[in-house]
Design a protein around this ligand. Structure first.
Ligand SMILES: Cc1cc2nc3c(=O)[nH]c(=O)nc-3n(C[C@H](O)[C@H](O)[C@H](O)COP(=O)(O)OP(=O)(O)OC[C@H]3O[C@@H](n4cnc5c(N)ncnc54)[C@H](O)[C@@H]3O)c2cc1C
Length: 291
């Protein structure tokens, strides 16, 4: 199917893009990698009056760590930039683990990290990763910029709190409290598919004790799930078998999967518990090796 008729703008600055969004009065849409928006337009699930292509705005294709450890991912950083980044596993293990599991190499070459968070697909991998990391999105609108925690940013399936006149300019991961460890596991029917279920875990340790934890769940609810009770249950402990079992149980009960062609709801809940156990047990081993 062909998309509906639309006009096309290619701003060369953030201010220009924001002004075009304002003028679009809710009928304009940002085009980043186009890997979700264009299929939606072809299927006529989206029919924006204007496409605002941000690919000509310079200096948005970055991912970098600030001196204090804050990590920033610009609006034109592609999935492939993260997949191929040297040394990322040492500073951002959860991001490094998820990057090669997002879609397929063609999609990863064009699609952007920030676009994925903005798309808010319940089966999108990056929103869960950002929830696990306690990350936020920086949005720029006509009246200035604001920072929105990803747990508040995603308001429902394919919905965010972003205003129609706001451009997401970067995703921000706060500096860790102590040493950061983590990972991402995803069950997919075949390589390149969306998640049947996915789990992102991030742990920050002071010595062997957990100072901060985050767990995000992909594809097991009507939107990305923040398994905050499961994560909170780990804080202050040191990843004993009992603590891991409790967190796995809490994460599984936070999930809200539906039975479908990918598997039954019970099966998906079981996968969540298994992935949480596997990810945390792996970190437990790392802990023991470090001691
Ligand atoms: C075959 C296929 C398989 C895929 N598999 C997976 C998968 O396994 N896991 C996964 O997570 N994703 C998957 N995707 C989606 C892919 O990761 C997309 O790249 C991603 O969801 C959106 O990024 P994008 O840059 O392409 O955004 P676009 O398609 O350009 O935009 C998506 C939405 O976000 C908005 N948007 C984008 N950038 C901004 C911004 N800076 N500010 C405000 N709004 C913005 C757009 O207006 C649009 O509504 C798949 C896609 C395809 C085609």
């Amino acid at each position: 199917m062909y998309p509906s008729r639309f006009s096309y703008e290619a701003p060369t600055s953030i201010d220009e893009a924001v002004e075009l969004l304002r003028l679009g009065a809710g009928e304009a849409k940002v085009l980043a990698g186009g890997q979700s928006l264009l299929p939606m337009m072809k299927l006529r699930f989206a029919s924006p009056g204007t496409l605002i292509d941000i690919n000509n705005i310079p200096d948005l294709a970055y991912h970098r760590a600030d001196a204090d450890g804050t990590y920033r991912i610009g609006a034109l950083c592609r999935h492939a930039h993260l997949e191929k980044a040297n040394g990322l596993a040492e500073i951002q293990p959860t991001i490094a683990a998820a990057a090669p599991l997002v879609a397929d190499p063609i999609v990863r070459t064009r699609g952007t990290f920030v676009g994925s968070v903005c798309h808010a697909d319940p089966q999108g991998d990056w929103a869960s990763v950002m929830i696990a990391l306690g990350g936020s999105v920086v949005a720029q609108g006509p009246d200035g910029s604001r920072s929105i925690p990803v747990s508040d940013f995603v308001s429902g399936p394919f919905q965010t709190v972003l205003g129609f006149d706001e451009l997401a300019i970067e995703a921000v991961v706060p500096a860790p409290v102590g040493d950061r460890a983590g990972g991402y596991l995803k069950l997919e029917r075949r390589v390149g598919d969306f998640a049947t279920a996915g789990v992102a875990v991030s742990i920050e340790r002071s010595g062997s004790s957990v100072a901060r934890a985050g767990i995000g769940l992909t594809g097991v609810g009507s939107s990305t799930i923040d398994a905050s009770d499961a994560a909170a249950s780990l804080v202050g402990g040191n990843l004993t078998d009992d603590e891991i079992a409790r967190a796995a149980e809490l994460a599984a009960s936070a999930s809200r999967p539906r039975s479908d062609h990918r598997g039954s709801a019970d099966y998906k809940r079981h996968i969540v518990a298994t992935f949480v156990t596997r990810l945390l047990s792996n970190l437990q081993l790392t802990n023991q090796e470090a001691a």
